[in-house]
Ligand binder design. Structure first.
Ligand SMILES: [Zn+2]
Ligand SMILES: [Zn+2]
Length: 418
């Protein structure tokens, strides 16, 4: 049962405060102005996500220790595990890529699962450990960097490229990894963060100062961007529930987003001009750029896949760059037009960002598997580093932009119209 403190909630997309009464399990409370999800009450918010996270961990262990894929060309065989791709990239001097692939496919998902299990077990104790709050907060920060589903799509693209030139055997680890993805996605949608926060607070109450409410408006209320608690701004400016720094709006949002976008736009040029990988066959090397990779898929008649890779690697980065520039300019001008549409655009930009990593993961798999000396070898190229940087920088740009500023700017210019 939610206590009175949990009733006041700020919309994270437009900044409107709502009074949300207790909602039925399985139902959703949405923002009246921009339709963002304010609160979602899950059935069985403790046991189900715990069981799913434990299964995901068990499958993860299988995925780490078993062979992932093996390749057979002219009697020569190469087997690769999850680590082979990053290892090879590191040997080629592209340690940044190796690090990125390792973090997004192994470290972040593993830490997220361990943290989820730890919190869901800890919250059952009569006196939950004090650091439970910090660990639960970190799950929120790890989520965008855990990209198993994108990796699996990268595996699929790599597989279709390989079946033409060699015999490919899929190992146990790949099936286990697909299982990790399914269990993790199910655990994510079964987890109810608000229910967990309230359970932690019931067992070891934190001192939450209620905001002053004047004529139905909270005069000094601020919503926590991490756990969603609305409290009165206190001396320490830290969320009393999860400990995150409290800001009415994300600090220096506009300037930071511009800076990250500019850096991404500059790197977009080498990302498309330089080869992302080189295929060396019988001593002859053919460099591949992002676009030539798409062309190759199209020439081979794999149109759906060519379109998918084109969308993920070319359209999505462009959409993010242009979309964020539109939002920044409209905010700067205090535009009141199409506010709701711009908010939806923000949600799309934030959601699709990670999918551009398909090409980076595909390269990691190809580089790990195709190493048969003069017969056939694939080497990573510098273009891949620039491309991965564009993906990361645009993800960070979307994260630093505060969509509530669009609504603030419109309000300052004289009432919001959508
Ligand atoms: Zn809203
Ligand atoms: Zn908080």
């Amino acid at each position: 049962m939610p206590d009175s403190l949990a009733e006041l909630r700020e919309c994270h997309d437009c900044g409107l405060f709502h009074r949300v009464g207790p909602i039925e399990t399985g139902s959703v409370a949405r923002c009246l102005r921009c339709n963002a999800v304010l609160l979602r009450a899950r059935h069985d918010p403790f046991d189900r996500p715990l069981a799913l996270a434990l299964s995901a961990l068990a499958l993860f262990a299988v995925a780490i220790f078993m062979p992932f894929m093996s390749l057979n060309i002219g009697g020569q065989q190469v087997a690769a595990s999850l680590f082979t791709g990053p290892e090879r990239m590191e040997q080629q001097g592209l340690w940044q890529l190796a690090l990125l692939v390792t973090v997004t496919t192994l470290v972040a998902p593993m830490l997220k699962l361990l943290a989820t299990v730890y919190v869901l077990v800890g919250v059952r104790q009569r006196q939950p450990p004090a650091h439970l709050r910090v660990i639960f907060r970190w799950i929120e920060h790890l989520t965008p960097w855990s990209m198993i589903e994108v990796y699996l799509l990268g595996v699929f693209v790599a597989y279709t490229k390989l079946v033409d030139m060699a015999q490919v055997h899929v190992g146990m680890a790949l099936f286990a990894f697909a299982g990790v993805m399914i269990a993790m996605t199910a655990a994510d949608s079964a987890l109810d963060p608000e229910a967990v926060w309230q359970a932690i607070d019931r067992r070891s109450p934190s001192e939450i100062r209620k905001p002053r409410v004047v004529e139905g408006l909270a005069s000094d209320a601020v919503g926590c961007h991490c756990c969603g608690l609305v409290s009165g701004i206190n001396r320490h400016a830290h969320c009393p529930r999860c400990g995150s720094a409290l800001h009415v709006r994300k600090p220096n949002s506009i300037a930071r987003t511009w800076a990250l976008l500019l850096a991404a736009a500059i790197l977009y040029v080498p990302a498309n001009l330089y080869p992302v990988m080189t295929v060396i066959s019988l001593g002859k090397g053919t460099p591949d750029t992002i676009l030539s990779g798409v062309e190759e898929l199209a020439h081979a008649g794999m149109w759906p896949l060519a379109l998918l890779v084109f969308f993920a690697s070319v359209t999505v980065p462009m959409l993010k760059l242009i979309g964020l520039i539109v939002m920044l300019v409209a905010t700067g001008m205090g535009s009141r037009r199409r506010l709701r549409d711009r908010t939806v655009l923000y949600r799309i930009v934030e959601f699709v960002g990670r999918w551009s990593m398909i090409d980076v993961f595909m390269i990691s798999i190809l580089v790990g598997l195709v190493q048969l000396g003069n017969l056939a070898t694939i080497e990573p190229g510098v273009g891949a580093v620039s491309f991965a940087s564009v993906v990361i920088l645009t993800m960070l740009a979307a994260e630093s932009f505060d969509p509530r500023l669009m609504w603030d700017a419109a309000e300052a210019a004289g009432g919001s119209e959508s």
